[in-house]
Design a protein around this ligand. Structure first.
Ligand code: FCB
Length: 480
């Protein structure tokens, strides 16, 4: 179990406090108030929220998803449309974030907006993002910028998307343009968000565009995404050195689930989980770590410039995956989600994900092996009622705190998401926002979790009174 790999802080043996005669005399006069329970995060810890611009800005009309959504591919029949209208309302959003006490925000730039036709860069779009980032600065929000969050310009997908070897060069050109224009406003760069999702969901399971089911293409996309990471990393590194600066924080945001065998005493089950853990969590990061494309995505061949091309690992943590072989054998399920073992009584979210906070600690411990700092680039829950979310936030942050306490280098946390948005295949039926949208007007309605997260961000701690106020049922879990 990975939990054992990390150093665990030794609990001091409980010692019965001595009671001095002076305090005996004082007792009965005035009882000293016990200090409030609290768990404190390090100074300078980043407290942000996250979105992807396609999901929140709206009207990304030159993108492959925009076309695909219109083909009726989204489960609830919706299309992204105006999304949360962040395209226009970002000044109001950043003002609200500042008021709530958040100090950072993760967003993406949309390639399809910036380069709607091959080689034609839109000054309007570049200026838009420049204004967005300037506005964030004004509100004292640190900027975490993602260059690719699953969405391609239509012209790229018409030419084969990531299966085309030229896609790497195209992405490189786009990245240089963005970096040239926005470098001075960005604190943390994410080159790719969860690259395994477009590779596996788009080319293996066939549930994302372009809906292919082809192992060979999956491997090719995997490899081209590694190369795409290298070219965008290089653009960032070069911009830094042109300014006489060190490389800024740059990395990938990876979907990291906690994989655990259904039956740990069954060696076959263990192997099965090791394989899934490797393919889902580690293969891409291993490649960046040692510069080689692992089997089955390559033949351990080297990609120039890949080795060490990151300064941090971005962890997107949502759930635990225990795979049930009988579900796998029930005729090829479409998704990993369809293969899961979720016994009666499992605690689930609206997405059907299992809620498993200790898995967060475990994956942070697993990711420590890369020897670079970590940012939590996503963590959150779909919960339109906001009943589950306060406890979810507290319980997951508790695990982050535990990991920091055990010596793991974690620099910040970006909650997914700031606002309800277009949840890909699920459309608008899932609500991840700290802030809800008023139907019809899209006015911002902060949920109570938005205030809880703000109280944590402002004070840098989780206090006993916060837990009492927002999720008293978890008091012992938070302060055990
Ligand atoms: C992550 C994606 C993000 C959002 C959340 C719920 O996998 O990166 O865009 O959909 O899941």
């Amino acid at each position: 179990m990975p939990e054992k790999r990390a150093k665990t802080s030794k609990k001091k043996a409980a010692v019965k406090p001595k009671v001095s005669s002076a305090s005996k005399r004082a007792a009965g006069t005035k009882a000293k108030k016990a200090p409030e329970k609290a768990i404190e995060f390090p100074k300078g810890f980043i407290w942000g929220t996250s979105v992807c611009s396609h999901q929140a800005e709206g009207h990304n009309t030159h993108s492959d998803w925009w076309t695909w959504e219109k083909l009726g591919k989204i489960d609830d029949g919706s299309v992204s449309g105006p999304a949360a209208d962040m395209l226009n309302r970002y000044p109001e959003d950043f003002k609200l974030m500042e008021k709530l006490g958040y100090n950072a925000f993760r967003l993406s730039v949309e390639w399809a907006r910036i380069e709607p036709r091959q080689g034609e860069y839109s000054e309007e779009a570049l200026l838009h993002y420049e204004n967005v980032l300037k506005e964030m600065r004004k509100r004292k929000l640190k900027v975490c910028l993602t260059l690719y969050h699953w969405v391609l310009p239509q012209w790229v997908s018409a030419l084969g998307g990531w299966t085309n070897p030229k896609s790497v060069e195209w992405f490189g050109g786009f990245s240089r343009k963005v970096v040239e224009r926005l470098y001075d406003y960005v604190d943390i760069w994410v080159t790719l968000n969860e690259p395994t999702a477009p590779a596996f969901a788009g080319y293996l399971a066939g549930v994302f565009p372009p809906e292919k089911k082809d192992l060979f293409l999956t491997a090719r996309v995997f490899r081209n995404l590694l190369k795409a990471h290298v070219v965008s990393h290089d653009a960032i590194r070069d911009a830094a050195s042109a300014r006489g600066l060190e490389r800024p924080p740059v990395g990938i945001a990876m979907a990291i689930a906690y994989f655990e065998p259904k039956d740990p005493s069954n060696p076959f089950d263990k192997k099965l989980h090791e394989f899934f853990r490797f393919a889902h969590n580690e293969a891409f990061l291993d490649a960046i770590h040692n510069g080689r494309v692992p089997v089955p995505f390559g033949v351990n061949d080297e990609i120039p410039g890949l080795k060490g091309s990151h300064t941090f690992v971005g962890v997107n943590y949502y759930t635990r995956f225990r795979i049930d072989l009988t579900n796998v054998l029930k005729g090829l399920p479409k998704n990993l989600e369809d293969m899961l073992y979720l016994p009666e009584g499992s605690e689930l979210t609206e997405m059907g994900y299992e809620v498993y906070p200790p898995g967060f600690y475990n994956v942070l411990s697993e990711m420590s092996k890369y020897g670079v700092p970590m940012y939590i680039t996503e963590n959150g829950v779909s919960d339109g009622t906001d009943v589950q979310r306060p406890g979810h936030i507290l319980r997951h942050l508790k695990q982050v705190h535990r990991a920091i306490g055990d010596g793991m280098d974690i620099r910040g946390y970006f909650h997914w998401s700031y606002v309800d948005n277009f949840e890909w295949k699920h459309g608008y039926s899932k609500r991840f926002g700290l802030v809800a949208l008023e139907p019809g007007t899209l006015n911002r309605l902060p949920r109570k979790s938005a205030y809880l997260y703000g109280e944590i961000a402002k004070s840098g701690k989780i206090s006993g009174s916060m837990v009492k106020k927002y999720a008293p049922e978890y008091e012992s879990e938070i302060f055990d």
